[in-house]
Design a protein around this ligand. Structure first.
Ligand code: ADP
Ligand code: MG
Length: 573
């Protein structure tokens, strides 16, 4: 590292703002004794009104001094880093020049803080470099580097300054949640919801747990109760949702959607006190919904849509403006193509005509006048022939009672297993007949790199726009309906993941999308470091599924197709 950041700054008092650039590089942290802490100016700011400069504060293992058990595994490092980012944001609070991205209720790999395999800690943050008009305000800058930044290091990044019990609890909570998720396949479960979990949130815009006397903690129905041993919490009981087709029924306002949302977010770990610390679902769980207006590129949707009035070929279906039902059909096929093993669907956001077609409607409208084949007729085959389970919230139609392996009823926020009663009800014929026999093999698509590279010219081809959109070259990708994006910084992460897929040649014109995503997964398994190699900015690491969702919505992406694989082999990962 270079020495004398303060002195260098002193010489820049009143100099043109652009000369901050000369400070880019790694410096000894001002005022630091022998700890070896460094402050790196990653990127300067072009002018006082541009986005803040980027800085990285690094404490070597001896200076951070965390006991090895807190960072011995990748999961513990992610948890510790998440804890430290939160403390750093608190320590920087009130200092508007420092912007530390702490994250919300989920414990994600993010760029703002990483813990190395050696126990060293790096905090990356936005740093608004002070100016007086267009001149450098060196006094203020010196104070930031000598006082403010070291204070954050001192208070938030050193073990000795932290509440040891709180750090331990955080790391252990995340490790338990991770272990619980890892145990699901062996137990034949798609999800687990612990007794005592608090599922409802503060409000539609507040992801913290609901509080007050009205909150009903989760209690598992006896016959779905499962006991698991966790590394730290010990014996835990809760509802184990088995593989297959699960239906959630119950009156309106009785908590069905709240349960499903908890399963959606169960792919992530949660902070202690969140209420969903022990609510987990399989990592390959994908929430689906209708999303009219989206783009679809060469997806085989004929399982759901056939004989369109305009005669288009639905085994090779493209549109720039999908309807509610075709958008959901495409999203489902794409999810299976990308390797989903569990699908979540809520009647509140599903296309009704894709979900159901009852006996009376079958009698009135002949099958050859109806392009849509409802999901109720392929949901079983999806599990039987493809190993893809479904959890479906459906309070408004009884047609699914016949195809469900188990039926869960929510009653005043309490679930009970009503499968036996549902079987009785379903044994009375409705006169409805099935419209499909099986769900066909996935047609894998091969993305054309040129369709992604053509847009790679120019400087920053992928940028996040606001909370839920990306610009990719000249195209905008709307991600509002990709509901498992749990943190707006993941949108930035998705942009970087797309860049990696192109730059590293994962998308090479021969690999299928699923194969390219397998390679991406290997990168992402290294945490934030993999995407930091593309660009240092605030992001959270996304999953393959949300990255695929962005690619699938990208107007401009072109693909060619492979011939279908035999059923059962087609699910990618
Ligand atoms: P449904 O989908 O069955 O119509 P929701 O899941 O939307 O019902 O829940 C309806 C309302 O009840 C929401 O405001 C939600 O926050 C609240 N709620 C859900 N679960 C609980 C619970 N366990 N305790 C208290 N309130 C809850
Ligand atoms: Mg609902």
């Amino acid at each position: 590292p270079r020495e004398g950041l303060e002195e260098q700054l002193g010489r820049l008092e009143g100099a043109p703002y652009g000369r901050y650039k000369g400070l880019v590089g790694t410096w000894r942290l001002p005022g630091d004794g022998r700890s070896g802490a460094t402050l790196r100016l990653v990127r300067a700011q072009a002018d006082p009104f541009a986005p803040p400069a980027r800085a990285a504060l690094h404490l070597p293992p001896d200076a951070a001094a965390f006991p090895a058990e807190l960072w011995a595994t990748p999961v513990r490092r992610r948890a510790l880093a998440s804890f430290l980012a939160r403390r750093a944001a608190e320590a920087a609070h009130g200092e508007k020049s420092l912007r530390v991205d702490a994250g919300g209720q989920e414990v994600l790999d993010r760029s703002s803080c990483t813990v190395g395999a050696d126990g060293g800690v790096t905090l990356r943050f936005g740093l608004a470099l002070p100016g007086k008009g267009r001149r450098i305000d060196a006094r203020y800058a010196q104070r930031l580097m000598r006082r403010t930044v070291p204070r954050v290091a001192e208070r938030a990044l050193r073990y000795g300054a932290l509440d040891a019990a709180a750090v331990r609890e955080f790391v252990e909570t995340v490790e338990d949640s991770d272990a619980l998720r890892a145990a699901l396949p062996g137990l034949g479960l798609v999800a687990f919801v612990a007794d005592g979990a608090v599922l409802p949130r503060g409000s539609g815009v507040d992801d913290r747990p609901a509080s007050g006397p009205g909150v009903v903690p989760f209690l598992s129905p006896e016959n779905l109760r499962v006991t698991v041993e966790l590394p730290h919490a010990g014996t835990v009981t809760g509802m184990g949702l088995p593989e297959g087709v699960s239906l959630v029924v119950g009156g309106g306002f009785h908590g069905k959607s709240t349960l499903l949302r908890a399963l959606e977010t169960g792919v992530w770990d949660h902070v202690p006190g969140d209420g969903r610390e022990r609510v987990v679902s399989r990592p390959e769980t994908v929430k689906l919904r209708a999303e009219d207006g989206r783009r679809v590129e060469r997806v085989d949707v004929h399982a759901f849509v056939d004989h369109l009035p305009d005669g288009s070929d639905t085994t090779d279906f493209s549109t720039d403006n999908a309807s509610g039902s075709t958008s959901q059909a495409a999203s489902l096929c794409e999810a299976v193509e990308a390797g989903a093993r569990v699908l979540l669907i809520d009647e509140d956001t599903a296309a009704t005509n894709l979900m159901i077609r009852d006996a009376r409607m079958q009698a009135l409208v002949a099958k050859d006048r109806e392009p849509l084949t409802p999901f109720v007729d392929s949901v079983r085959s999806l599990h039987r022939d493809h190993g893809v389970s479904t959890v479906l919230v459906m309070g408004g139609s009884g047609d699914y009672l016949e195809v469900a392996d188990r039926v869960l009823m929510m009653d005043a926020y309490r679930p009970s297993d009503v499968t036996a009663r549902a079987r009785e009800v379903a044994s009375v014929p409705t006169g409805r007949h099935a419209e499909a026999e099986s769900f066909p093999a996935v047609v894998h698509r091969v993305p054309e790199p040129s369709s992604l590279e053509a847009e790679s010219r120019g400087r920053r081809r992928v940028r996040s726009r606001g909370e839920d959109a990306l610009t990719f070259g000249e195209h905008e990708v709307d991600l509002r309906s990709v509901e498992q994006i749990t943190d707006s910084r993941q949108v930035t992460g998705i942009g970087l993941a797309l860049e990696i897929m192109v730059r590293r040649g994962h998308v090479d014109g021969e690999r299928t999308l699923a194969e390219a995503l397998d390679l991406l997964d290997r990168d992402l398994a290294r945490g934030a470091e993999s995407l930091l190699a593309v660009r240092d900015e605030d992001f959270a690491v996304p999953r393959r599924f949300e990255t695929a969702a962005a690619l699938n919505r990208l107007r401009g992406m072109r693909v060619h197709r492979q011939s279908p694989l035999p059923a059962g082999n087609g699910a990618g990962a």
